[in-house]
Write a protein that binds this ligand. Structure first.
Ligand code: SF4
Length: 234
């Protein structure tokens, strides 16, 4: 029985992970960032972890399809690190799902090959370019710039998104993010929510982002992009 690169699948379909679609969420392992606020830290370092058997993935997909789930979210970790990502996307398309890819934007050459195969891309623009090395442990800002360009020019539909952490994102940082994605169709802001198991202990005690901050930063980003959305209950 051959193993797939799919490490896990959310039990229930999600209403919030794929705009406009009820979606199943598929996790691939491995990440090349070290975000202290990562909610999927268990997947970060495990790029070669064994996945589920394909037969099991197929059964899961059939169950979702029987329950009117039309979208599949391929996420991580960072899915473009996993050499099996192409096969996963191909299979999910064969099984009839529309595909959304979540990415941190670090691998533009892989992303470029995936873009024709996916229906929606969400790229995290986590920080201002200068803050990436310290906050995400990733210094190749040129790769991120290239991914922003590719997505803006070639994706069928897309969003850039920023999880706002008040201690780390000030107005200057948000303007730098706005400059970086200038001309984009959609930028999504979402609240940081602390949790006890976050990798960086300092993040565990940070306060949840206030609604007024999200609204102020949304106003700040509006001159740069076509549309800004605040996701969540704000
Ligand atoms: S890029 Fe995403 S998965 Fe990777 S460490 Fe950061 S938050 Fe976690």
């Amino acid at each position: 029985m051959s193993l797939s690169p799919v490490y896990g699948v959310l039990q229930n379909a999600s209403m919030v992970d794929f705009p406009g679609k009820l979606a199943a969420v598929f996790f691939l392992t491995g990440c090349n960032f070290t975000c202290g606020f990562c909610h999927n830290a268990a997947l970060m370092g495990r790029v070669d972890a064994a996945g589920l058997p394909w037969t099991e993935v197929e059964q899961i997909c059939r169950k979702f399809r029987d329950n009117w789930v039309e979208g599949a979210v391929v996420t991580g970790g960072e899915p473009t690190l996993n050499p099996g990502v192409f096969q996963v996307v191909e299979k999910l398309r064969e099984w009839g799902f529309a595909i959304k890819l979540d990415t941190n934007g670090s691998r533009p050459r892989i992303l470029e090959k995936l873009l024709p195969q996916v229906d929606y891309v969400a790229m995290d623009v986590k920080f201002a370019p200068a803050d990436y090395p310290a906050r995400a442990g990733f210094a190749d800002v040129a790769a991120l710039t290239e991914s922003i360009r590719l997505i803006s020019e070639q994706a069928k539909a897309y969003e850039f998104r920023t999880t706002v952490i008040e201690a780390w994102h000030d107005a200057a940082a948000m303007r730098a993010i706005g400059e970086w994605v200038r001309g984009a169709k959609l930028h999504v802001l979402q609240a940081f929510v602390p949790r006890g198991e976050l990798p960086d202990p300092a993040c565990r005690d940070m306060p949840e982002t206030r609604a007024e901050t999200l609204h102020a930063y949304a106003d700040l980003l509006r001159p740069y992009v076509d549309r800004v959305e605040i996701r969540g209950e704000f």
